[in-house]
Structure formats: C-alpha cells, structure tokens
Ligand binder design. Structure first.
Ligand code: NAI
Ligand code: MG
Length: 482
C-alpha cells in the first residue's frame, strides 16, 4: 500500500529579503556598485540583487581585516575568542528556521535537508571550534602556534552556509580574521550571517564578506595582504589558485572535486545498502563533492541491488524544495543543469543504459530526475568526471582486488563507501581505497571533529578536526597543505 502525500509547504514568512545587498566590510554593510540577480532555482523568481565586488572592495575588506587582526583580535585570549564563537553558535541555533528557509529559497535544496542537516551542522561547527579556541597551546599543534593574520576564503554554492562555517569557525578560533566570498548563486545566507556577526557584537573587521564572481575570488587570491587561502570548489579553479600562489609564501587548503566509489560486496545487507546508495548520490541533488557517484557492486548481487534501487528511486519525491515531504529539490543553476544534461547525453552516446523513474518536473526552474546508468565501463566519461548532479554510474566487479582497482581508477580521491557485513573485509578495503574519507555501511556522514579532504585532484590539506585547525596556524604541523 502506498500513501499519497498532501503538500506540506514550510512558510517563507520568517525571512525578509532586501531587494538589494552591499558588502559587509568592517562591521557594516557598504553599498556595491554593480549588482547581479540571485534567483530561486525552483521557480526562477528573482529574490534579490547581489553586489559584484571588485579589486577595490577586496582591498577595503583586507585592510579592515588587517586592522581588526592587529588592533583587536590578535590581542584577545583564546578564551575571549571562544566566547564570540559560542555566541555566534547560539544565535545560529535561535535563528535556525530563518536560515533554513533562506538557504532553501536561494539554493533549491529541500527544507528537510537545510533544517535537519545543513543548519544543525553549521551550529555544531561553531560550537566545536569555540571549544578549541583556548586549548590550542596544549593540542599538539606545535609550540605556541600563531595565526597567519588575514585568511581569504572562497566557497561554493552546494552547501552555502555550511561551507562558510567550515571556513569561518576554524579561522576565528585560531585567531585569524577573514575576508570571505560566497558563490554567486547563493550569497543570501552569508549576508544573513553578517547580521549574526553584528548581533554577536563581533569586533568590526574580524569577518568581512564581499560578494561577487570568479573575478572577485581572484582578487582575494592575488591580494598581498592575505597570507592564507581556503577554497572549496571545482578542480579547475583550484588549479588556477595553485598556479596563482605558486611563487608566493601564501598557504592554501583546496577542497576540490570527487568521484566517490560506493563499493558493495556480496555479503552487504541489501536493504540498508540500497538506502545508503540513495543517500550517497541523491542527497543534496548530488551536488556533493564527496557524493557516492560511482556504484561498484559485486556482480553476483548486482541484479538484485539494481532492481531494489529502482523500486526505491521511484519513491523519491522530486519537487517544491519548501515542501517538507520533498526528497530531491531543484538543480542550483541553469549552468549546472546544462552540465548534468551534457554529461548524461555523453553516457548515452558511450553506450551506458540510462534509467529514471517517472517524475513530473515543473517547466519553471531547473530540474533533473534521479538517474542511474548501468553497463558503465571505466573508460566512460561518466565514470571519470564529476557530474555534480543526481546521476549514478554503476560498474560491477568479481574479485575484491578488482573492486579496489576500479574504485581507485579516477583522477580524484575524496570519498569512498564500503558495504559488507565482515569487519575484516571493511578494514582490508579501507586500507586499499585511496580516499580521504571512507564510510563503512553508511554514507555522507559529517562531523566537525572529523578531518575532511582528499588525495590527488581532490585537493590539498584537511578541514575539520585538529588537522583543520593546523591549517590556520603557522607551524601548525599539518601535512598535505601548501
Ligand atoms: P567554481 O569552482 O567556479 O566556483 C566555486 C567558487 O570559486 C565560487 O565562489 C566562484 O565565484 C569562485 N571562483 C571562480 N573562479 C575563480 C577564480 N579564478 N579565482 C578565485 N575564485 C574563483 O565552481 P562552479 O563553476 O560553480 O561549478 C563548476 C563545477 O565545479 C561543478 O559542476 C562541479 O563539478 C564542481 N564543483 C565542485 C564543488 C565541490 O564542493 N567540490 C563545489 C562547486 C562546484
Ligand atoms: Mg540563488
């Protein structure tokens, strides 16, 4: 028996969006010169106009951050810095619903995820790092670890506020000040976070937020007053940043793309595994750098798994992101939808077999039905390139070693999943998989205490946990980062 779901839309009355925003520099909003629209990708409604920051805006923000570092922030004890972080964390919790609705409107992801995953994790990151602020001297991070000064931070659109938290919380806990640029399609929650900084009475200039596009990001990367870069986004832009800072003494962490393997052995618990596969690739519309976008399943159980996966996929509710029943929301932008469609068409042309459940997709907004490709081979582009959408490529294997070889056969090395009932097999596989994050019998689980990052083209360094703190400290004893 199946139940019909009546619509259960979350009200958007809790958010008030201004028609136009400027930059947040030195504790105040300052007017921008040029602006560009930000839309709700589920409806194409224009939500607001965002300022396009230029070199002079970045310059002002860096000067404010330098002054705040020298005059105020570097003079506070870790305990005092921690108090501000706790205050920010509590305000974020108090205003959680407002942030969740705003994130869903601007990004297109389901309210169920912003409400239950993104925003609670954001608050958790601030709480976690608040606790570290006064313990840095005793944490094995080197003798008397010191901040770099001003950190330049550039973030993507897939987890807008969460990526802000991953960047801002460790930077402030370690005593750095910040110039941050959100992604062009999802600036609104970062601008609301600026209000939280005001509400928390964070000293002026400790956090500066300049909105804009790639040129604004590039102005951050090339500014001589910035000593540490933290970037999350595409491997292509990550490489550009690496080139730009190669001859400087700037430090950098780069969190880039992935093509995560979800490896399913023949002794895996089938129903749980199917849930894990769905969570691995359809969570957040597949706009996840560590998504389990390649299913590598043992041949003897492949048919059963695929059959059950199709049944489960037919139950995924695609539609209004503000509806509390929705599982899969809108694709974040027209450009991203074009990319997903192009790579999927390449999958067809390369001979893989495409399947999607019947979905009624709206004409307005950007939508893509959950999709799997079976019969994929390692040479196919859909097995090698990041699609960054709700598209799963399925490959099979006969021996455990073959599974490992296939899993590792990509330019990336960010995440992997292992499904098996045998502990010994899980340990064996986790030692052979070349990935920064490996989940066993689960997927896409995040915790502020757990370091996150990749091998190969997935980037440099780690964020989160003690490793993530080290990346914001001189002589911070980190491995892997520049
Ligand atoms: P992107 O890498 O261009 O954008 C990420 C951020 O970098 C944005 O804030 C952007 O304004 C900024 N940026 C762009 N060019 C820059 C430059 N030259 N210097 C400094 N900052 C710059 O990613 P985009 O174009 O939005 O997405 C393209 C593809 O990248 C996606 O299809 C996906 O495959 C991948 N991607 C991966 C992410 C991840 O978390 N690993 C996140 C976003 C995208
Ligand atoms: Mg938007």
């Amino acid at each position: 028996m199946t139940f019909e779901y009546a619509p259960a839309p979350e009200s958007r009355s809790i958010v008030s969006i201004k028609p136009k925003y400027g930059h947040f520099i030195n504790g105040s909003f300052v007017a921008g010169k040029k602006h560009f629209p930000t839309i709700n990708p589920a409806t194409e409604e224009i939500l607001s106009h965002i300022a396009l920051g230029g070199v002079s805006d970045i310059d002002k923000a860096v000067m404010a951050a330098q002054k705040a570092y020298t005059k105020t922030w570097s003079k506070l004890s870790g305990k005092e810095r921690g108090k501000y972080l706790y205050r920010i964390a509590r305000i974020l919790q108090e205003r959680a619903r407002e942030f969740a609705v705003l994130e869903t409107l601007d990004n297109g992801k389901p309210i169920r995820e912003t409400r239950d995953i993104d925003i609670p994790l954001v608050a958790a990151h601030f709480f976690y790092h608040a606790g570290w602020a006064d313990k840095l001297d005793y944490a094995g991070l080197g003798h008397n670890p010191k901040a770099y000064g001003v950190a330049g931070q550039i973030i993507p659109w897939n987890f807008p506020l969460l990526m802000l938290a991953w960047k801002v919380a460790p930077a402030l806990a370690t005593g750095n000040t910040v110039v941050l640029k959100p992604a062009e399609t999802t600036s609104l929650t970062a601008l609301l976070f600026a209000e939280v900084c005001q509400q928390a009475e964070l000293p002026d200039g400790v956090v500066n937020i300049v909105t804009g596009d790639g040129s604004t990001g590039s102005a951050i990367v090339n500014h001589s007053g910035i000593h540490k870069i933290a970037f999350t986004g595409s491997t292509e832009v990550g490489k550009k940043i690496a080139r730009a800072i190669a001859s400087t003494d700037k430090k950098a962490t780069l969190e880039l793309g992935g093509k995560g393997a979800n490896v399913v052995f023949d002794d895996a618990p089938v129903d749980e595994t199917v849930e894990g596969i769905v969570n691995g690739i359809f969570f957040n519309q597949g706009h996840v750098c560590c998504a389990g976008s390649r299913l590598i399943v043992q041949e003897s159980i492949a048919e059963e798994i695929i059959e059950k996966l199709k049944v489960r996929m037919a139950k995924i509710r695609v539609g209004d992101p503000l509806d509390k029943n929705t599982d899969l929301g809108a694709i974040n932008s027209k450009e991203q939808l074009v990319k997903i469609k192009e790579l999927s068409a390449i999958g067809d042309a390369e001979g893989a077999e495409r399947w999607s459940p019947q979905c009624n997709l709206s004409d307005k907004g950007f939508w893509f039905a959950p999709t799997i490709f079976t019969g994929v081979t390692q040479a196919n582009r859909i097995a090698q390139e990041e699609i960054f959408g709700p598209v799963l490529s399925v490959l099979t294997f006969r021996t455990p070693q073959e599974a490992m070889d296939k899993a590792n056969n990509t330019p990336f090395g960010l995440s992997a999943g292992i499904w098996s009932e045998k502990g010994s097999r899980i340990f064996w596989a986790s030692q052979h998989l070349k990935a920064g994050v490996i989940w066993a019998n689960t997927f896409n689980k995040f915790d502020p205490a757990s370091p996150f990052g990749g091998y190969k083209e997935s980037g440099w360094g780690r964020e989160g946990g003690k490793h993530g703190l080290a990346a914001y400290l001189k002589n911070g004893k980190e491995t892997g980062a520049k």
